[in-house]
Design a protein around this ligand. Structure first.
Ligand code: WQD
Length: 343
């Protein structure tokens, strides 16, 4: 009998890649998504990759009744991997209540439902954004969490605290928060990948959309930072590597290997890459010159951050295996695929 795992936000970028890896690892996966930022057809694409098309339940996790009726029909759930949230940093600044309501109410409904339906495990999609601009690099899980730089980042911080307090109050629950650094790239099949709606906020989709002619010019937001080439530094990891970490987290909780009922892991490569180095990587793998120019700094950007992933390496038995070039190559292949194929 396969263990059943719910993936919320499962038709999204990281959710869909995680669903592929969970299915490949032998779990039965059910996707829950309100399709506010993704498409139902992604479930079929997950099926094309794995040979098993996961069930997709389309509803909003802010609707507690709808969640309850779903769970009444779906018992014996081993774990919930929770991605469903709004994640556009700049939109969260202009519409904070939309972010607080959606990201926190959905999480609280899930936690409530877990206690009622005896669902033991939660893997939570968190973010390195909780660290703000760290004073010391690389960042470990002990690095102090800083006051959030955006309502989006604050929903991750508050979300972690809600989970911590809930598992403390209810020892039948256990949880892992995974703090992602910067996920990039796409599944090697090019059947799933990042599908930003409108103008991309994130660097790599903007690079590939510029290279394919969708965007005129990439603006490099600042080259006057205190970094070797003046541009900001981030820790970019392949989304497939990131997805595999979620499988290890589910395995850890399912097998009772967790050391406490609430654990936190940084998920990154451990290497810092500047914006200009990311552009060089793209030009190397594509053979194309990228049209970019230096612009002013983007408000809210931190200067530099990269992970110390040693806790995840040792406790989850997980580490990234893909290089920056491999991740960038997969992003470019995906961009070409979505712009040239209509299916
Ligand atoms: C990376 C670097 C930009 C676009 C955000 C969220 C974080 C997480 C990942 C969800 C920065 C520069 C970007 C462009 C540029 N999301 N840049 N020109 O801001 O590190 O993290 O996405 O969890 O929470 O904050 O990622 O890709 O937006 O930017 O120069 O057109 O690229 O200034 O230095 P970021 P990003």
């Amino acid at each position: 009998m396969k263990k059943k795992v719910i993936v919320t936000g499962g038709t999204g970028y990281i959710g869909s890649h995680t669903a592929v890896e969970l299915i490949s690892a032998g779990y039965e996966v059910i996707l829950i998504d309100n399709l506010s930022n993704s498409e139902a057809s992604i479930a079929d694409r997950i099926g094309e990759i794995t040979g098993i098309t996961p069930i997709l339940e389309v509803f909003d996790l802010c609707d507690a009744e709808r969640l309850e009726s779903f769970l009444r029909k779906n018992s014996d759930i081993e774990a919930i991997v929770h991605f469903a949230a709004f994640k556009a940093v700049s939109e969260s600044v202009s519409k904070p209540l939309k972010y607080y309501r959606n990201n926190l109410l959905s999480l609280m409904n899930l936690l409530e439902a877990m206690t009622v339906h005896n669902i033991p495990s939660l893997v939570f999609s968190s973010s390195c954004t909780v660290y703000g601009q760290p004073g010391i690099l690389p960042v470990t899980e002990e690095t102090p969490v800083q006051p959030a730089l955006s309502p989006y980042g604050n929903t991750k911080q508050i979300g972690e605290e809600i989970i911590r307090d809930t598992v403390t109050a209810n020892n039948r629950l256990k949880a892992v928060s995974l703090r992602y650094f910067n996920p990039i790239g796409a599944h090697p099949s090019s059947r799933i990948g990042e599908l930003p709606r409108g103008v991309p906020e994130n660097l790599v989709p903007f690079i590939t959309q510029t290279a394919i002619g969708l965007r005129e010019t990439l603006l490099v937001y600042g080259n006057d930072y205190n970094t070797p080439d003046g541009s900001c530094i981030r820790d970019y990891l392949h989304v497939v590597d990131l997805a595999k970490a979620h499988v290890e987290a589910v395995n850890r909780l399912a097998s009772g290997k967790n050391k406490t009922n609430y654990e936190i892991f940084n998920l990154g490569t451990g290497n810092g890459t500047s914006v200009l180095e990311a552009i060089e990587s793209f030009e190397r793998i594509s053979g194309k010159k990228l049209n970019y120019k230096i612009a002013g700094r983007r408000p809210g950007d931190i200067e530099k951050i990269w992970a110390d992933p040693s806790l995840a390496n040792q406790e989850l038995g997980w580490k990234t295996v893909s290089s920056l070039d491999e991740a960038m190559r997969s992003a470019w292949k995906w961009e070409i695929n979505i712009r040239t194929k209509t299916d």
